[in-house]
Write a protein that binds this ligand. Structure first.
Ligand SMILES: Cc1cc2nc3c(=O)[nH]c(=O)nc-3n(C[C@H](O)[C@H](O)[C@H](O)COP(=O)(O)OP(=O)(O)OC[C@H]3O[C@@H](n4cnc5c(N)ncnc54)[C@H](O)[C@@H]3O)c2cc1C
Length: 232
């Protein structure tokens, strides 16, 4: 069933990297309860047939303030992300949610292998922060692929997390071509030792997510065991 649409205030807009922005929203009608990994639908008054609906994953677990944190990358000539770039603190936006089933598996059931391309890291970060707030992280490996060294989202945060949580492994990779998967595949093959009990969760654009699902199926996973969040 569709979630009701409501208005939210823009609390802040902060550049995280040269081409990504963090957007903090405060819903003014009712708070939104969500699970890490879920997303909101923004209804943007833009385009030939407004509203333009665009999905954005929540980047931080629920907070007592009720603020909602999203992160978007500036897609060249992308209609939605260009509109978001025109917004300022104090502006208002329509949204609904939460939506989505890309959420953590049952507690303690498996180790996690999380793989995100660029802003695909956003839902994975929300899951990791949520787990870290509950105590020591379960065995978790995070493989990221950024389009450039300056575009590595939350890089310092994950380095610090790996230092404070011995069970958390962070493998940051850089490639300007999402279809250039060689280093990502090599990293996965190293980590995904046969017979190990882990859940692969992959997020990003389909030219990144789909070949990786195929890889996991070659490694013996059932298609449904490989959890995907595909952005386009
Ligand atoms: C469940 C879900 C969660 C999402 N979460 C996020 C998020 O947390 N952060 C975020 O930045 N985006 C997220 N997206 C993508 C987002 O909804 C928009 O599609 C994206 O911002 C591009 O919209 P646009 O109107 O600017 O580009 P459009 O004008 O729609 O152009 C899209 C074109 O850009 C390409 N493209 C390049 N990079 C991206 C990208 N990152 N996402 C989508 N298409 C891309 C597509 O392949 C396509 O050809 C999510 C999408 C889904 C379905």
């Amino acid at each position: 069933m569709a979630e009701p649409t409501q208005i939210a205030d823009i609390v802040s807009l902060t550049g995280l990297t040269p081409h990504t922005t963090e957007l903090v929203l405060r819903p003014i009608e009712r708070s939104i309860l969500f699970k890490p990994g879920q997303w909101l639908s923004l209804q943007l008054p833009f385009g030939d047939h407004p509203p333009l609906n665009r999905a954005y994953s929540l980047a931080e677990p629920p907070s007592p303030t009720g603020h909602l944190t999203l992160v978007y990358d500036h897609v060249p000539e992308g209609k939605g992300s260009c509109y978001l770039s025109s917004l300022r603190t104090g502006d208002r936006i329509s949204l609904s949610g939460p939506y989505g089933r890309f959420v953590l598996p049952d507690p303690d059931s498996k180790n996690l292998l999380l793989i995100g391309r660029y802003s695909g890291l956003v839902p994975l970060r929300c899951m990791i922060l949520s787990l870290a707030r509950q105590g020591p992280l379960p065995p978790t490996t995070l493989i990221t692929q950024a389009p450039g060294p300056a575009e590595q989202l939350y890089h310092e945060e994950f380095i610090a997390l790996a230092k404070s949580h011995p069970s958390f492994r962070y493998l940051p990779l850089v490639s300007d071509d999402p279809t250039n998967m060689a280093t990502t595949i090599a990293a996965i093959r190293q980590v995904a030792v046969k017979g190990q009990n882990f859940t692969p969760m992959i997020a990003g654009i389909k030219s990144f997510t789909r070949p990786l699902r195929t890889l996991f199926m070659e490694l013996g996973f059932d298609r449904r065991e490989v959890r995907l969040e595909t952005y386009d």
